[in-house]
Write a protein that binds this ligand. Structure first.
Ligand SMILES: [Zn+2]
Length: 240
């Protein structure tokens, strides 16, 4: 009589099947990835505090919301970033007695502009504006949670010690071209674009879908010059 009483044989067979299944799943993922998504629209910090009437307004910021909604349909993937500070964040002038908004100080070894309190976690000022169509936004990447360092770029903090996960996400989705819009041109859009370029994405800023804070007069023109001198395309939306 043949009687298979070895329980390990069953377990080994099950394990082999699981491994084969896992390998097949990986293959399918690798095979389809690059064809699905190629370019991504990255919407930077379209939040109430950066709108006219907000804590840190970029003049005319409300004018770009309908344009950004229209642009979304031209891209394979749409993602967004959100400035998301805890109370007492180190970028706030209020956290540095004796200093005021607009001062530039050294903070934990980095040059830091001091801002009004803004984008406080859980407040309306930190919300993405309601006029923004979020139905195509695949993921929102938050930044600026560490009170000890600011985070202008949507990819890394200003010391490039922590990252938001945006680069990993775009790579996983097979994105090779990044288009940036949002707020503010002279800070978070500019630094996000510079990082995107350094990370190897073909990088474009759609300049009429941005607005500048202009903390320093002429900040918008200086930002465009810096972007272009780093090989980043700066275009009007009608060129798309
Ligand atoms: Zn901030």
């Amino acid at each position: 009589m043949h009687h298979d009483s070895n329980p390990f044989r069953g377990i080994a067979a099950t394990a082999l099947l699981l491994v084969m299944f896992a390998l097949q799943a990986c293959d399918a993922g690798e095979g389809v990835r690059p064809a699905i998504v190629k370019n991504a629209l990255v919407i930077i910090d379209l939040q109430y505090d950066f709108m006219p009437g907000g804590a840190l307004p970029a003049p005319g910021a409300d004018e770009i919301v309908p344009l950004i909604n229209r642009l979304q349909g031209s891209f394979d993937l749409v993602v967004a970033t959100q400035d998301w500070h805890p109370p007492g964040h180190g970028s706030f002038a209020s956290a540095h007695p004796g200093h005021e908004v607009g001062d530039i100080i050294e903070f934990n070894g980095l040059s830091q502009e001091l801002w009004p309190d803004h984008a406080l976690q859980g407040t309306r000022g930190a919300d993405l504006v309601e006029g923004l169509n979020t139905s195509r936004i695949a993921q929102v990447f938050r930044k600026g949670m560490n009170p000890a360092i600011d985070s202008y770029s949507g990819f890394f903090d200003n010391g490039r010690q922590g990252d938001t996960g945006l680069h990993d996400y775009l790579m996983r989705e097979g994105v090779t071209e990044v288009y940036l819009v949002g707020l503010a041109l002279d800070f978070c859009v500019k630094f996000s674009a510079l990082d995107a370029q350094r990370l190897g994405y073909q990088t474009t800023v759609i300049v009429d879908a941005t607005r500048a804070v202009n903390l320093h007069p002429g900040g918008d023109d200086a930002a465009v010059r810096e972007l272009e001198s780093n090989g980043i395309r700066v275009i009007e939306s009608k060129k798309l």
